[in-house]
Write a protein that binds this ligand. Structure first.
Ligand code: BGP
Length: 491
């Protein structure tokens, strides 16, 4: 039997660009996500832009390397899934009622920056955008659901990307501060839990998605990351200043990294691979760039400098709690002959023979979640929140409106069991759990609709058909029981 603290924050998570739709409604501007096409398991998502010469181009988002001066945008003849999402923009009342029925204590969502400042550069906010989120937060309060708000979930205003390459430019920090102060002030008393940047480490690999950076090199990426760190620290200070009850966390894509063999080189490589995400926790939790990163920059000829004031800002703006997404673990080998054939949430590696994988090849590893929590706790001793977890699967909606998704239940049960050990056996301060895509939504990596995570089935299909109706899956009734029993009844 598993045990959880009585105030444990059970809930679920979504992001604006994957759920809201209404991409240009009521004064909303275009975000980076709005320029990404639908992909599939075999075709990547593309990002669309116009070159200086006026040519319209589309490039796979994983390898995007657009020329300087590219103007990102929405063009005719492409299918952009964020434009409809799951129509949360119009159906949020119905959806929140379902979250209330599930017994959610917390609901993670993002504010789409471009609803509030359409290009990112305005000095006055868009009142219609502010009103929309007022209504969402009020609705959540009706059901006693605490919002957990991500300030930036792959939703940089494309206006900033087109003007000066997004977070690569220092001027973005000022626009961000205005945005954070605006929403922090407006939603004082309605929102107390905040996250700064979703999966901040993704900017290293996919700077367009993570930091609105349209053209890149190592130097540009390092600059963008520095600016996001400074922006994150500023957000912590601003939100604390507005309301001392505000708690602000960071958010990193995280997973256990195992060595392929006990060869010391494999073990060392796995340890170093962990730095790909630890670097972000290091800065946001301790306020300092770690030496290994400074040495790496030196080796690679990347210029890096922080003024005394910026150093102080990073120290003063460390986060109150740490949050992360966890889907899978990965395996690392130092031997170039070993093939890296595992797929994953932006991280691949070597296939682990001890693990099964989802239909999209992500390797299922509940024990890795315990490993990850211990790693973070031992390093930082700050409260932890798991703000994404789950398995994307192809659900079948039966004629009678039921959906038998035992694989979702099995996945989540395994992970919740490990969370119980994290709390009861390891003594870690784990404060909340918001599984990803609690209601079916658009996939971030493929743009598909039929990669489903939710407790609630949404009748939209990849070809644009469907009426958007919501249906309770078997996992809905199961998770409701889990929450009602505070994690004791996992059957
Ligand atoms: C994380 C993102 C989410 C979400 C999730 C699942 O990286 O923060 O936005 O989408 O992964 O990934 P996918 O949608 O690609 O299955």
């Amino acid at each position: 039997m598993s045990k959880f603290p009585k105030d444990f924050l059970w809930g679920g998570a979504i992001a604006a660009n994957q759920a809201e739709g209404g991409w240009n409604a009521e004064g909303k501007g275009i975000s980076t996500a709005d320029c990404m096409t639908r992909g599939s398991r075999t075709t990547p998502r593309f990002i669309t832009y116009k070159t200086k010469e006026g040519e319209i181009k589309a490039e796979p988002f994983f390898f995007l390397d657009a020329p300087e001066g590219a103007q990102y945008g929405v063009f005719e003849g492409f299918d952009y899934p964020s434009h409809q999402g799951i129509d949360f923009f119009h159906r949020y009342k119905e959806d929140i009622a379902l979250f209330g029925e599930l017994g959610f204590k917390m609901f993670r969502m993002s504010i789409n920056w471009t609803r509030i400042f359409p290009t990112g550069m305005e000095t006055e906010p868009n009142e219609d955008g502010l009103r929309f989120y007022d209504q969402v937060f009020d609705e959540l309060r009706k059901y006693d659901i605490e919002p957990l708000v991500t300030l930036s979930h792959y939703e940089t205003p494309v206006g900033l990307t087109n003007a000066w390459n997004g977070w690569a430019d220092e001027r973005t920090i000022e626009c961000w501060e205005r945005y954070v102060r605006t929403v922090g002030t407006r939603y004082k008393g309605k929102v107390n839990y905040w996250l700064t940047f979703n999966e901040i480490n993704i900017a290293q690999m996919m700077p367009y998605m993570g930091a609105g950076v349209g053209y890149k090199n190592k130097q540009i990426i390092a600059n963008a990351i520095k600016h996001q760190f400074l922006g994150s620290a500023k957000a912590v200070l601003i939100l604390h200043e507005i309301d001392e009850n505000n708690k602000v966390g960071n958010m990193v894509a995280y997973g256990a990294q195992y060595p392929n063999t006990c060869h010391p080189e494999d073990a060392l490589k796995a340890k170093f691979a962990g730095r790909g995400s630890h670097f972000f926790f290091d800065v946001q939790a301790t306020g300092k760039y770690p030496n290994y990163k400074l040495k790496e920059y030196e080796r690679e000829g990347i210029e890096f400098h922080l003024t005394e004031q910026q150093k102080q800002l990073l120290m003063d703006g460390t986060v109150d709690f740490l949050s992360f997404s966890y889907y899978m673990s990965s395996v690392v080998s130092a031997d170039p002959k070993v093939i890296e054939d595992a797929k994953g949430n932006f991280m691949g590696g070597v296939k682990n023979p001890y693990l099964k994988a989802s239909d999209w090849g992500w390797q299922i590893d509940p024990v890795g979640l315990r490993y990850a929590c211990n790693e973070l706790w031992d390093r930082y001793h700050k409260p932890l929140m798991i703000v994404e977890n789950g398995i994307g699967a192809q659900d079948v909606l039966e004629k009678d409106g039921s959906c038998h998704d035992s694989y979702h239940i099995d996945y989540l049960r395994g992970h919740i069991e490990e969370m119980s050990k994290v709390i009861n056996e390891d003594g870690i301060d784990l404060i909340g759990y918001t599984p990803w895509g609690c209601i079916d939504l658009i996939s971030a990596s493929t743009g598909e609709m039929h990669k489903r995570y939710g407790f609630i089935y949404v009748d939209y299909q990849d070809d644009g058909s469907g009426d958007g109706r919501r249906y309770r899956k078997d996992s809905f009734y199961w998770y409701k029981k889990v929450i009602a029993s505070n994690g004791e009844d996992l059957n």
